[in-house]
Design a protein around this ligand. Structure first.
Ligand code: GAF
Length: 393
């Protein structure tokens, strides 16, 4: 059954009625620009065909009832209770089961963004075909589809950037994950055959044609199946190191530093902090270079930038894992144009830009390399830049 049908069926099981509509939003792959978003820098992600579907209908009271294919039990709260449940204190467990915090967090954040609106209760059922824990932003896809549904049902008329901000607020303050805004923006602003260049300081965006299809290239996703979470540990530490580095440099955020500042940077801080900072400074430059090179020379010319980005994440930011390194090395050894890990790291997926007729060979080679290394089998599939949110029914 498709995820769209699964959401509809689940809705009918929950309520005994048909939904008023079904809305969906995509996951994302980041082409380049990792851990730059919360440093107010640059990113270049694109939305993927995998989507999360929200079937919903207004109720006659003020209760929000949520169910999903990945939950044992529906969760129900009154709209008037949302302010008591959120925000979640830093490091604390969410006041509701974690999966439902993404949904109820969006309901909470969207009513803060539209305080004048008189809101009615709503029933919601969610199903998704975005792989969870793979670094493909399954959480932003939930947030985007729920935000789109509530925006329509509650007649709020918020624009895509405002809805992305709602999603990020839910993720930060309801779920408690200290993430930036890239994933929500990537999901809300997806366009076929284009990546979205985002200035994470101004939130200005530009649609950048990738040219992959015309050039006979495919993006292979190698999901290592090593799962990760951004609510804990390494992600927070990297963020703290970036803030420390910016403070030592005397600038508001690492966005305000350039490669010419690196010699001075090395003198101001310990080696680990310096390498974290160097990753962000050089990665921002690589994003700008990728946008320029895509426009001037096309996608076959961006391979070295992707490879340099991976090396920087592996050696300076230290967020790769052996499975991701092996995926990248194997793809490159078998002729990929470029490859890098994508997303927050500590597990998740790598991407490889490959010739269309080499996709099967490459997937086999990676699967064999994982088996030879004693790693669990990866999940390998292709994606192409796709649409943002939409109403499906
Ligand atoms: C995760 C976060 F959610 C993003 O905000 C971003 O920081 C990314 O990791 C790393 O680039 O996906």
């Amino acid at each position: 059954m498709s995820a769209l049908d699964a959401a509809r069926t689940l809705f009918t099981e929950l309520t005994g009625r048909d939904p008023e509509g079904v809305w969906s939003a995509p996951g994302r792959v980041n082409l380049i620009g990792e851990h730059t978003d919360y440093n107010e820098g640059f990113v270049l992600p694109f939305a993927i065909p995998h989507r999360t579907f929200t079937a919903a209908r207004l109720r006659d009271d003020d209760r929000i009832r949520v169910t999903s294919t990945f939950a044992a039990e529906p969760v129900e709260v009154a709209i008037s209770e949302l302010d008591r449940l959120f925000p979640t204190a830093v490091g604390a467990e969410p006041a509701v089961p974690e999966w439902s915090a993404y949904v109820l967090g969006v309901a909470w954040a969207i009513q803060l963004a539209a305080p004048e609106a008189a809101l009615r209760g709503v029933d919601i059922a969610i199903a998704s075909d975005v792989p969870v824990g793979a670094g493909l932003s399954s959480s932003a896809a939930i947030e985007g589809s729920v935000a789109s549904a509530l925006n329509d049902l509650w007649k709020l008329d918020l624009d895509p950037v405002a809805l992305a901000q709602v999603g990020r607020r839910a993720e930060n303050e309801a779920v408690g994950a200290p993430t930036g805004i890239m994933d929500q923006m990537a999901s809300m602003l997806g366009r076929p055959d284009a990546a979205t260049f985002i200035d994470c300081r101004s939130l200005a965006t530009e649609s950048v044609p990738t040219g992959f299809t015309g050039e006979g290239l495919e993006v292979l996703v190698i999901d290592t199946q090593v799962s990760h979470s951004h609510s804990t540990g390494g992600y927070r530490e990297r963020r703290d190191a970036c803030e420390r580095g910016a403070a030592l440099l005397g600038i508001p955020s690492l966005r305000d530093a350039a490669e010419s500042d690196l010699p001075r940077t090395a003198e101001l801080m310990d080696d680990v902090t310096f390498r974290r900072v160097r990753h962000v400074i050089t990665e921002n430059q690589r994003v700008l270079d990728t946008v320029r090179v895509l426009g001037s020379d096309g996608p076959r010319a961006i391979g070295d930038l992707l490879v340099a980005s991976h090396a920087s994440m592996r050696d300076d930011f230290e967020i790769s894992v052996p499975e991701l390194d092996l995926a990248v090395e194997t793809a490159l050894a078998h002729g990929a144009v470029g490859a890098r890990m994508t997303g927050g790291g500590f597990g998740g997926a790598a991407i490889a830009l490959v010739e269309r007729d080499a996709v099967d060979r490459m997937a086999d080679a990676v699967t064999r390399a994982f088996a030879d290394a004693g790693f669990g089998a990866p999940h390998v599939f292709t994606v192409h830049p796709s649409d943002g949110p939409r109403r499906d029914a």
